[in-house]
Each structure stands twice: as C-alpha cells, then as structure tokens.
Ligand binder design. Structure first.
Ligand code: 3H9
Length: 710
C-alpha cells in the first residue's frame, strides 16, 4: 500500500525516484542489490535533483538508498569499458552546487562512490548501524570522484589517509566523531527529513565540503614523506595504497580543483593496471564461488543454533572461536580435563591478546568466552546442529570419531571433518548417514585465516552443502566447494610447488634465494618459510604415507626429510630450514642447512648451477597452474576462479596478482604451455602438461573462457 502522506510527483527513472514528504523532497536510489552507481542511476540522480530543485514546495532535499543500503559505490561491472555519461564527478558537483540544502541519509554501507556522493551533499546523517568507507584501494584503484579531496576536509588528513589507504569501514558513531557525518538519527527517513527541516528553519548555509579547508590547512605537510614511507612498506608491492596516499597528499599541497585533477590522473593509471584487473577479478570470484552449479540457490538450509568441536588443539580452538565470534554457542570436547583446560586457556589468551591491542572490549571477550563450553563426554554433543571433528590427521583416529558421532549425533546434524588431505568418503562410510558428512578444511590459525575449503563427498546432500556454505559466511569465512581428492585443491597444488622448491635446492638454489624471489613477487612467504611455519613434520608424515606409491622413475629430494630427522620441524622447534632464535618468528639463514643442501647435491651427483630469478618464479608458479588445471579437468575445482580464491585467501598469494590461474591468463596460456613443455623436456615428467591447458591453447581460449562456458 502506498503511504498516503507521501506525495509522489513523478517517476523519472526506474532506479532513482523523487517524492515529497511535506516540504522536503526525497530522492531514493533503488538499484538492487546494493544501489551501485550504474549509468542509469547517475542519470537518475541528476534528473531527480533537477526535479527537486524545480519543486517549489520542497525547501530541502534528502538523498537515501532503498533496500538494505545506501549507495555501495560505482558499478564495478562497468569498469574496464569506456565510462558512459554522465560522469560521477559531474553528478557530485551538481549536488554540491545545488541551491537547496541536500542531506544524505545513510544506512547499511555508504561505500566508495556512494560515500563520495554523500560528501557532495551539504550534510550527512546516518543510523547507528550505518557504516562509511572508501574501499577502492581493495579494487586496485582510488576514490576517483573526489573522495581523496573531500574526506580529508571533513575527517582530517591522517584519518583520511588511514581510511583511504586501507579501505577500512567506519561505523556511524566514529564517523560522527571524525566529522564525516553530522548526526546519528534513530529512524532513517524521518530522522533525515527532520534534520533537513531544521536546517531550513535555522537558515543553515549550503555547506560545500570543497570549501571546508580548516582541517587540511591545520595539517603539517612536513609529515607527508614519513607517512608515505610507511604506506609504501605496508603495501608490499601493491600500487593502489600508494596511489591513494599520493592523491590525499594532493589535498594538502594543492588547491581543490588541482587536487581533483591529480586524483583523476592517478585514478586513470591505477584503473588501467593489471593489479586492478586482478583485484576486481578476485572481488567477483569470491562471490561466484558461492554459486554451486548443481545445487539450486534456494535449497533450504538447516538451522545452526548449537555447534560442537571435537578437539581443543590449535585447530579445534581456532574453529570454536569462529563460532563464538559469530554469536553461536559452541561446545568443545576433549578427552581429558587437562587437555580441555589447556585448550580453553589458549582460546582465552588469544582473546586477551586482542583485548590488549584494543581491538575487542573486555565485555565482548567475556560474552564470547561465555558461548564456549568445554565438555568431556560425547553425550554432551547430542544437541549440536553441526559437529566438526578436529582431531589428529590420521585416518584410523578420524574413523573412530565418526562412528562414535554416528551413534551420538541427533538426526539431521551436519558431521564435518576438519581434514587437510584425507578421503572424506572413507570417513563418511563409517557412518550410517554419509549424506550428512562434509569436509571442512580450515586454515591455520583458524580464527584468523579467511579461507574454508568445503569438501564434497560422493554422497554429501545438497542441503548439507548449502547449509555449510551459508554457515561459512556467517562465521566470517570465504568458502570454496571442492572435490574429494588427496590434498583437495589447495594442498594438492601446493605439493608440486613445494617439490619444485626442493628440487631447485638440489640443483643449485638456497632456501633464502627461492623464498626471496617469491616474496619479492608478492607472496606472503616462500615455500621454505611456509614449511617452517606450518611444521615440517606434517609434510614429512604425508611423504612417508605416500612413499610406497610414489613413482620410482622420478628423483625425490631428501633435504626436507634430513632436516626432520635432525628434529628440526620449523618454528615450533626453533629450527627448520632456518633458525628462529629466542622464539623469534623471523627466519635466520643457517650455514649448517646450506652445507646439508650442498652435500645433498653431491650425493645426488648433481653439479650445482646458478638458478635465475625467472626460473624460480616460473617453476613455482607454473607448478601451481599445471596442477590447478588438473584439478579443474577432474572436476575437483568448479572454476579456475575458485582456485584463485583458494590461493588468495588461504595461501598468501597476493590478491593484486589475482591468483595463479588469473596469472596464467594474464601471461597467456600459450606462453605458459610453451614453458611447461620446455620444463618437461629439460627436467622430468612432473612437467607433463595438463590436458586442459593443451585443449584451451589449441582452441585459443583462456581459463576465464573456460569458466564462462560452464
Ligand atoms: C568506486 O566506487 C569508484 C569510485 O570511487 C570512482 C568512480 C569514478 N558494483 O558482496 P555481496 C554485487 S569502486 C557492482 O554478496 P554483501 C556483488 O557482485 C566501488 N556490483 O553482498 C553481488 O552480486 P551477485 C567501491 C556489486 O551484503 C551482489 O552485489 N565500492 C557492487 O555481502 C551482492 O554483493 C566497493 O568496493 C558494486 N559496487 O555485501 C563496495 N557491490 O549476487 C563493494 C556489490 O551477482 N561491495 N555488488 O554475486 C561490497 O563491499 C559488498 O558488496 C557490500 C555488500 C558490503 C556492499
């Protein structure tokens, strides 16, 4: 039913409309799902403003978003093509120069171009749950519609640099303190309309942010070089934070219009960069991964009101924290009171560390701890809607746990195994309900790492898949559904990658050299630093398990085994490939290990040679790509972009490189294939090219084409 108090004067655009509430005109952007600023919205904003200004009954105007949010930014789908008129900067300056007061009314998230539009309004109000932010940096660009010039004018230069170079969101209360908004209102439209009316009554000025330069003038420009250094360091090769900084610095050093021009120039360079393409790819890939082709989007999900975790070790504890953080009560089962107390103690210490850094209040910590209940008896799990087993990675132990669970868990409970390599069907077969069994491969530390590989067994039901995907989002994870094979997708790909690292050591490289090349390229860490962090004993155990079935015609390097035989398992034993003295996490080169590597070359009869940076990079990256292609052709990954999500969210692959499969397309699959073939000829059969790559190259296609065809 239309509201009789609202006078609808006309509908000029289907996505932006103008209505009047008494003496205040309301412009509503209605472009689901997030009111992005598509071309028709930009045009609608201009048309409705013109109508509001021409409406003699309207003394002031309010701009609001329909549905769940204010405007969440430019329409990212329009990027990469020539932008159609009207241009957003023009729309914003038209609002800024309007002859009646315009108030932006914010709920949900006012992001990117959305916040820039709000900053073009004369005043801004928000509901308490509203948030604002300029997250363009995460898409490899900068706020290109005046955000880098207007935000420092309202929030101050340091706060603006922080927000714009990190993309962090700021809640309404903080936004008010910073001066980004002018008031927090209880009810969105009534509050904004009342605020607008009061402006008219008070004869408040048409305040243009571009003219508000007290805060930028008060800032000491001499501080800029030092802040820039910090931004460059934190960016670790990503260009957009630095571009963002340089544009904000322009707000300090240049007059407004020149600052805008400077912003525009940097924006153009960033928008055209491969980094921005990569980051936009990952933005959409993360969302695409939620869509499972054969599982209907409207599959009903099971309610998850009570969770349970088996095992209070590092993994179990981290997983439990995810549930508590999301407000879901969780029971943690251990076999002895001592182990349980130790596990709960670690959780408590983790939370306390966050409190001490000021990132969590004591009250919130107490609430979260209150949601975690330690138990010692399987019987206590009988009410749980999901039970995640996080015990030792050994098939026999997991099987025992699952047959016990089958007897205890209520009908309809999801039974999940947190395994990183084991066969989920073999585990499911120990229960009478394999359709309720799914693999949940969390990454360590489980309370921090965003990726969750969900492993689909042969019999896992649609409902369990849908429930698990939804639950993963609820607990703040980035889920990717993968098939059931040894190592699933992420770890399966990691194996040939790490093997190339180990082979290169025997051929002539050293750990710090390999790690250094990959880190400089942007990876969070190279294979040896990563092995030391994860624990070298983990892969040692897996290698032993597979020793009987591995190919005898290939050379298998033994350096890692020898290091493990010395009792050096990495960071946890203060020594692995590197030394970690005094509990430090910084790897220090150990001449003993370098000697061991040189000896290993001798023992293998290999004459050590100089291994170039290019070779290290290609052999590492192409090992991932070739195995990734095999995962795709076997259907273990649904799409190439899912693999990119796995690598960027779980393995420290820089999002601004877009993931290994995106890199393959960027380099050109034909070039990648030619190099793989060369490695195959020069090195060994590990480099047999994946059939899918050969087929795609023969058809002149890329991984992205392959994704689109499915
Ligand atoms: C910008 O503004 C540049 C300007 O400075 C300068 C211009 C000159 N465009 O995330 P969700 C889609 S750059 C197009 O699942 P949530 C998304 O793909 C932009 N589409 O929802 C998904 O589609 P599908 C700066 C967009 O509730 C659907 O909406 N802004 C856009 O979990 C639902 O999304 C940003 O970077 C968009 N801007 O989270 C904000 N945004 O259903 C980016 C979303 O087909 N967006 N979609 O898969 C977000 O951070 C989150 O989407 C948001 C909602 C927090 C808004």
């Amino acid at each position: 039913m239309p509201d009789p108090t609202v006078e609808v004067t006309s509908f000029m655009s289907t996505s932006v409309r103008y209505e009047r509430q008494g003496d205040v005109g309301v412009i509503t952007v209605d472009n689901p799902p997030v009111n992005a600023l598509s071309q028709h919205v930009r045009q609608g904003l201009l048309d409705c403003l013109a109508e509001g200004l021409a409406d003699d009954e309207a003394k002031a105007l309010v701009l609001v978003g329909a549905g769940r949010t204010f405007i969440a930014g430019a329409d990212i789908r329009e990027f990469g093509k020539p932008l159609a008129e009207p241009d957003l900067n023009g729309v914003i300056s038209t609002y800024e120069n309007a002859t009646k007061p315009v108030v932006a009314a914010i709920h949900g998230t006012a992001l990117g171009g959305g916040l820039e539009v709000a900053l073009g309004c004369h005043y801004r109000v928000a509901v308490a749950q509203g948030k604002v932010g300029l997250p363009e940096v995460k898409l490899g660009i900068l706020p290109g519609a005046g955000g880098t010039q207007r935000l420092p004018r309202v929030a101050g230069v340091e706060a603006a640099i922080d927000m714009i170079t990190t993309g962090k969101f700021v809640p309404a209360g903080k936004a008010l303190q910073l001066g980004i908004i002018d008031a927090v209102v209880d009810e969105l439209i009534p509050g904004a309309v009342a605020f607008a009316r009061k402006l008219v009554e008070d004869g408040a000025p048409l305040r243009r942010v571009r003219d508000m330069d007290e805060k930028v003038k008060a800032f000491d420009a001499a501080k800029l070089p030092e802040i820039r250094k910090q931004v460059v360091k934190a960016a670790r090769g990503q260009m957009s934070p630095v571009g963002c900084f340089d544009a904000v610095a322009g707000a300090v050093t240049l007059p407004f219009d020149e600052g805008l021009k400077n912003e525009r120039e940097i924006f153009g360079g960033l928008m055209a960069s491969d980094q921005s393409k990569a980051l936009r790819h990952i933005f959409f890939a993360e969302r695409e991964a939620l869509k499972i082709p054969d599982v209907p989007g409207d599959t009903p999900t099971l309610p998850i009101r009570q969770a349970a975790i088996i095992g209070a070790g590092t993994m179990g504890g981290g997983i439990a924290m995810n549930f508590a953080n999301a407000g879901i009560p969780v029971k943690v089962l251990e076999m002895s009171a001592d182990a349980l107390e130790r596990g709960l103690g670690i959780i408590r210490a983790n939370y306390a560390a966050t409190v001490s850094k000021g990132r969590l209040t004591q009250d919130a910590m107490d609430k979260r701890m209150g949601l975690i209940e330690g138990v010692l008896d399987y019987d206590a799990l009988k009410d749980a809607d999901i039970i995640i087993e996080a015990v030792f990675e050994e098939m026999d132990i997991k099987k025992k746990v699952f047959s016990t669970l089958d007897a205890v868990a209520k009908p309809g409970a999801v039974l999940a195994s947190n395994t990183s390599t084991l066969d989920i069907d073999e585990i499911a077969a120990t229960t009478s309900r394999p359709e309720f069994v799914i693999g949940t491969h969390f990454f360590s530390p489980a309370n921090v790492m965003p990726l969750l590989e969900l492993v689909r067994g042969a019999k896992t039901s649609y409902q369990v898949i849908s429930t698990s995907m939804k639950l993963a989002k609820t607990i703040g994870k980035v889920p990717v559904l993968v098939g059931n094979c040894d190592g699933f997708v992420g770890n399966r790909m990691l194996e040939p990658y790490v093997q190339q690292g180990e082979l290169m050591l025997v051929e002539g490289a050293l750990p710090a050299q390999v790690d250094g090349v990959l880190q400089r390229w942007g990876l969070a860490m190279g294979p040896f630093t990563m092995g030391d962090m994860a624990g070298l004993d983990v892969s040692w155990r897996i290698r032993k398990r597979r020793a009987a079935t591995r190919r005898n015609d290939l050379f298998w390097p033994t350096v890692s085994d020898q290091i493990c035989e010395m009792g050096r398992f990495g960071q946890k034993t203060k020594a692995g490939y590197y030394l970690y003295e005094g509990g430090s996490r910084t790897p220090v080169t150990d001449p003993k290990i370098e000697q061991l590597i040189v000896e290993a070359s001798k023992a293998a009869g290999v004459e050590r040679r100089e291994i170039s940076e290019d070779e290290i990079l290609k052999r590492s990256l192409y090992a991932l790509i070739n195995e990734g292609a095999k995962c795709l052709e076997e259907g273990m990954a649904i799409r190439a972009s899912d693999i990119d999500v796995i690598y960027c969210f779980g393995y420290g692959f820089p999002a601004w490189r877009g993931g290994p499969m995106f890199q393959a397309d960027l380099i050109g699959l034909d070039k990648v294939l030619a190099d793989i073939k060369q490695f195959h000829a020069d090195l060994d059969d590990r480099w047999k090219p994946a059939k899918l790559i050969e087929t795609l190259v023969a058809e002149g296609k890329s991984f992205a084409d392959y994704d689109r065809s499915r």
